[in-house]
Design a protein around this ligand. Structure first.
Ligand code: NAD
Length: 498
C-alpha cells in the first residue's frame, strides 16, 4: 500500500506518529493509500525548519522571488496532465474539472508573479519640514494554511503562492482525504528554486491543526473548510494572538426572474448545481424562480435535464460528474435527501438509488431535485454538498432579495434576468459576498478577492488579489527627518503639522 508522509525541509519524510488516514479511490471505494497523521512534535519540527530559513527567503529580492513563481508555473504546465489525473484519482472529479481546479490555482501563482509591484510601499516627500514619510510591507514570518478536500490544487495555491511571494515561510496542512497533489505541488516549488524548508506540507487531522493554531512561532493562519471548523479555527487562532482568516460553507442561491432567458438559466443551473457532484463551495444549491409561472416553466425544462445527467467514473470524458469523495459523505448527502422528503419537500428527481455499472462500490449518486422547499426546512438551511438542488418559489422580487440576504451563509449568489434595473438593484442590496449577474458561479479572478459573508467567512480580509498581500504582510510606516532639519531643543507636545 502506498504511504504518504509529509514534505519537510525540501523532501518527503515518513510519518512517525503511527497514526494513518485512508485515502480512497472514489470510483471503487477501495483504499488506495495511507496518509500519515502528524503528531504534535512532527508539526513543531516543520515549524522550526520554516522559522530557520524564513529570514534568508525574506531577504531574497522580490523579483527573484517572482522568478521562482514563474518557474513553478512552467513546471506545473509541463505536468498539467499528470497532476489532473492524480487529483481526479483521489477526489473523484472528472479530468476536465480537475484541470480547472489546477488552472484556477495557477492563476493565483500568476498574480503572485507581480509581487515586486504589489509590495511597493507609499512615499511622501516633505510631509513636514525636511520630513519624509513612507510605508513598507514586510512578511510576517511563518504562516500556515489548512485546506479542504474539494479543491486540492486550487486552494493550497491560493494560500501559499501569495504568502511565499511576500517572503513568508509556509506550512500547509491539506485535507487528509486527497493529499497527493499538494505534496507534488510542494516538490515542484522546490524544483522551481524555492529554498528547502520555505514550504512544508504536514498531513494530519485535529492534532496537527491544533499545533499550528497554538504555536507562537506561527504568525498567521488561513483556513478553508466547513463553517463549524472555520469558527473553531478562527476563535482558537485569534485567542493565540494570530492573524486569521477562515472561509466556511455555503448555500448559494440563483434567482430566476420571469424575464430571464430560461434556456440559459437551465444550462447554468445544471452546471452549477451538479458539476463536481455539488462538492463546490460556489455550487448553486438553491434555485429561486420568482413567481409560480416562472417556477413551472423552469421545472418543465429542468426536470428532464436532471434526469438525463451523465454520471460516470472520473476518468470518463463523457461524464458530467463523477463519484463523491467518500462513502461516508455519500451517505450523509443521501440522508439529507431522506430528510427533505420527511420535511415535506417534493422530490421531483430521486438519484439516491443510482448504481454505476462496473463500479458498484463507488461513491456515485444520481442528481436529486426538490420542489416546494421552504426556508424553514433543514435542507434549505444547511449545506448538503452533493448533487441536490432545492427549488424555493419566491412570490415576488422582494422575497427573492430577502432569501439569500437572510440566510446564515453568504458566499455566492446569482440573478438571471434581462432587466438591468433589477440586476443593479439586486447587486446593491443582496447581503452576500460574491454576486453573479447571468453568471452562476461568480468566483472572482485572481486579481480580485474571493470571500463570503456571514457564516461563509470569518475575518477581515479575503483570499487572493490585493487582500492576500495585506494579509500576508504587516505594514511599517517610517517618519524620517535628516539632521539639517532638526531644530535644537526638546519638544514636549505631540508633533503636528499645523
Ligand atoms: P472540513 O471542515 O471537514 O475540513 C477542512 C480542513 O479542516 C481539513 O484540512 C481538515 O483536516 C481540517 N479539520 C477537519 N476537522 C477538524 C477539526 N475537528 N479540528 C481541526 N481541523 C479539522 O471541510 P471539507 O469537508 O474538507 O471541505 C468541504 C467544506 O469546505 C464545505 O463546507 C465547503 O463549503 C467548504 N469550502 C469553502 C470554501 C470557501 O472559500 N468558502 C472553499 C472550498 C470549500
Amino acid at each position: 500500500m502506498r504511504e504518504i508522509g509529509h514534505f519537510i525541509d525540501g523532501k518527503q519524510v515518513k510519518g512517525t506518529s503511527g497514526r494513518h488516514g485512508d485515502v480512497f479511490n472514489p470510483n471503487t471505494g477501495e483504499v488506495q493509500a495511507k496518509v500519515a497523521l502528524a503528531k504534535h512534535s512532527e508539526v513543531e519540527h516543520a515549524i522550526a525548519v520554516a522559522e530557520a530559513v524564513q529570514p534568508a527567503w525574506a531577504a531574497v529580492n522580490p523579483q527573484r522571488r517572482a522568478r521562482v513563481m514563474m518557474k513553478f508555473l512552467e513546471l506545473a504546465q509541463k505536468e498539467f496532465d499528470s497532476l489532473a489525473r492524480l487529483l481526479s484519482s483521489e477526489h473523484g472529479k472528472t479530468l476536465v474539472d480537475a484541470r480547472g481546479d489546477i488552472q484556477r490555482g495557477l492563476e493565483v501563482v500568476e498574480f503572485a508573479c507581480g509581487i515586486p509591484h504589489l509590495l511597493k510601499g507609499e512615499y511622501t516627500e516633505g510631509a513636514g519640514p525636511n520630513i519624509d514619510l513612507y510605508s513598507m510591507h514586510q512578511p510576517l514570518g511563518v504562516v500556515a494554511g489548512i485546506t479542504p478536500f474539494n479543491f486540492p490544487a486550487m486552494i493550497p495555491l491560493w494560500k501559499c503562492a501569495p504568502a511565499l511571494a511576500c517572503g513568508n515561510a509556509y506550512i500547509l496542512k491539506p485535507s487528509e482525504r486527497d493529499p497527493s497533489v499538494p505534496m507534488r505541488l510542494a516538490e515542484l516549488f522546490i524544483e522551481a528554486g524555492l529554498p528547502p524548508g520555505v514550504l512544508n506540507v504536514v498531513n494530519g487531522d485535529r492534532e496537527a491543526v491544533d499545533t499550528l493554531l497554538t504555536d507562537p512561532r506561527v504568525k498567521a493562519v488561513g483556513f478553508v473548510g466547513s463553517s463549524a471548523i472555520a469558527e473553531y479555527v478562527y476563535a482558537t487562532a485569534a485567542a493565540n494572538g494570530k492573524r486569521v482568516q477562515c472561509f466556511g460553507g455555503a448555500k448559494n442561491q440563483m434567482i430566476i426572474m420571469p424575464d430571464a432567458d430560461m434556456d440559459q438559466a437551465v444550462d447554468a443551473l445544471i452546471g452549477a448545481g451538479y458539476g463536481s457532484a455539488g462538492e463546490r463551495c460556489m455550487a448553486v444549491s438553491v434555485a429561486v424562480p420568482v413567481g409560480n409561472k416562472t417556477a413551472d416553466i423552469l421545472l418543465e425544462k429542468l426536470v428532464p435535464r436532471v434526469e438525463g445527467l451523465k454520471i460516470g467514473p472520473s476518468t470518463d470524458p463523457q461524464a458530467d460528474y463523477g463519484p463523491m469523495i467518500t462513502r461516508a459523505h455519500l451517505d450523509k448527502v443521501k440522508s439529507y435527501v431522506d430528510l427533505g422528503v420527511e420535511e415535506g419537500a417534493k422530490l421531483l428527481v430521486d438519484g439516491r438509488g443510482f448504481k454505476m455499472q462496473g463500479y458498484e462500490s463507488g461513491n456515485f449518486m444520481g442528481g436529486c431535485l426538490f420542489d416546494q422547499v421552504t426556508p424553514q426546512m433543514r435542507i434549505y438551511k444547511e449545506e448538503i454538498f452533493g448533487p441536490v438542488l432545492s427549488v424555493v418559489r419566491a412570490k415576488d422580487y422582494e422575497e427573492a432579495v430577502r432569501l439569500p440576504s437572510e440566510h446564515d451563509y453568504g458566499n455566492g449568489v446569482a440573478i438571471f434576468t434581462r432587466d438591468g434595473d433589477a440586476a443593479r438593484n439586486f447587486v446593491s442590496r443582496v447581503e452576500v459576498g460574491m454576486v453573479g449577474v447571468n453568471f452562476a458561479i461568480p468566483v472572482p479572478l485572481s486579481y480580485y478577492t474571493f470571500g463570503g459573508w456571514k457564516r461563509s467567512g470569518f475575518g477581515d480580509l479575503n483570499q487572493h488579489g490585493p487582500d492576500s498581500i495585506r494579509f500576508y504582510t504587516r505594514t511599517k510606516t517610517v517618519t524620517a527627518r535628516w539632521p539639517s532639519g532638526v531644530k535644537e531643543g526638546a519638544e514636549f507636545v505631540i508633533p503636528t503639522m499645523r
